[in-house]
Design a protein around this ligand. Structure first.
Ligand SMILES: *[C@@H]1O[C@H](CO)[C@@H](O)[C@H](O)[C@H]1NC(C)=O
Ligand SMILES: *[C@@H]1O[C@H](CO)[C@@H](O)[C@H](O)[C@H]1NC(C)=O
Ligand SMILES: *[C@@H]1O[C@H](CO)[C@@H](O)[C@H](O)[C@H]1NC(C)=O
Length: 336
């Protein structure tokens, strides 16, 4: 018994030292592609074996995926600057085609100036994510908060495996950005760049729902998942539930390759409702209007989204028509 007692601590020390040694050797020998490599660098600082020729070469190659944290950080910094007092931010994204002169970006910003409720003030809380360099340059010439998506350094490389078109990747980028935003404790209202704002859409967001989503077609009950969703406008509160929901939505992409985020949402909306007890509010097309179920009651109209129209020119033509109608409605109202 006494021999046992004196042996046991020694035995434990031995095991501990052995495990520590194994861990040390393991961490030391990590490949630079291993995610734990960052940990190693943090531990060892610049003195560590991070300067091998191989690693230096890798640092110089273009396809090196930058460490995610720092890029996320600069996006997060921008959100924090742009957010309203209640930690809400408005997000949109734009590519080269939609940022061309007199195209969607111009129309989008102009719509705020033709709007009611002093919605131009909301532009102070809008972050525009540019999907390419040209869109970024254009954005910077017309708006304060512009973010170049390439800087985010998200996991496109691994997600690409399931996808064929780069376009679909871009569509999915926004869901990742939504997730990041919520993780920082900020709520967001995402708007497609081709949604024209006439009044303040926050009017139609209630505190009850986890998510508020527009409708392609609205059938009368805001809580009913049989409404056809339209993710051109999406609002989410920064709750743990919503973060999990977005994670699930992102992962579900693998089950529906080549599908946009709206299609995947449509496919999984009942799963989301039952798994997470997700409460969604679908907004009537009377308020968040579109071309799929066109309603033009200007006393109610808040936003207009030219979906269910094919082609940029068609969309722009319809936007111009409804904008003129809106302006004459407004001037008639002023007279009376
Ligand atoms: C490794 O590189 C860093 C900067 O890249 C440098 O500060 C450090 O001195 C280098 N370490 C060695 C051991 O060469
Ligand atoms: C909008 O702004 C104008 C002038 O800046 C102000 O007089 C008006 O009260 C504001 N309206 C609302 C609804 O805040
Ligand atoms: C438009 O909406 C207003 C406010 O709800 C309503 O009073 C009016 O009857 C509607 N107009 C039409 C043409 O439906």
């Amino acid at each position: 018994m006494s021999i046992e007692k004196s042996k046991t601590p020694l035995f434990h020390y031995g095991i501990t030292i052995f495990l520590a040694a194994v861990l040390f050797v393991y961490v030391f020998s990590l490949d630079s592609k291993n995610p734990l490599d960052r940990l190693r660098r943090d531990w060892l600082g610049a003195k560590g074996p991070g300067n091998t020729t191989e690693e230096m070469e890798e640092l110089c190659t273009k396809n090196l995926v930058p460490p995610q944290e720092s890029h996320d950080e600069s996006f997060v910094r921008m959100i924090k600057k742009a957010a309203m007092d209640d930690k809400t931010v408005i997000l949109t994204d734009v590519n080269e085609a939609f940022s061309a002169p007199n195209s969607m970006l111009d129309l989008f910003l102009e719509s705020f100036h033709n709007g009611e409720d002093n919605i131009t003030r909301l532009l102070d809380h809008l972050v525009i994510v540019a999907m390419d360099q040209k869109a970024f340059e254009k954005c910077k010439s017309v708006h304060h908060y512009c973010y170049l998506h390439e800087d985010i350094g998200i996991d496109l490389s691994s997600e690409n495996v399931y996808m064929t078109k780069a376009y679909v990747d871009l569509v999915w980028t926004k869901v990742r950005l939504w997730q990041l935003t919520l993780e920082q404790g900020y709520s967001f209202l995402f708007t497609d760049i081709d949604v024209m704002w006439f009044r303040n859409p926050f009017r139609h967001i209630n505190v009850y729902a986890d998510l508020t989503i527009g409708s392609d077609r609205f059938y009368g009950n805001p809580e009913d998942h049989s409404n056809d969703p339209n993710t051109g406008l999406v609002y989410a509160k920064p709750t743990r539930k919503n973060i999990e929901v977005l994670k699930y939505w992102l992962e579900a992409r693998q089950r529906f390759p080549e599908a946009h985020e709206q299609t995947v949402y449509y496919e999984i909306r009942h799963e989301l409702a039952s798994k997470f007890d997700l409460k969604v509010q679908y907004v009537s097309t009377e308020y968040w209007a579109n071309f799929c179920q066109l309603q033009k009651n200007f006393t109610k109209l808040t936003t207009f989204h030219p979906c269910c129209l094919v082609g940029l020119e068609q969309k722009i033509a319809q936007i111009k028509i409804i904008t003129e109608e809106w302006k004459s409605y407004k001037s008639n109202n002023l007279k009376s």
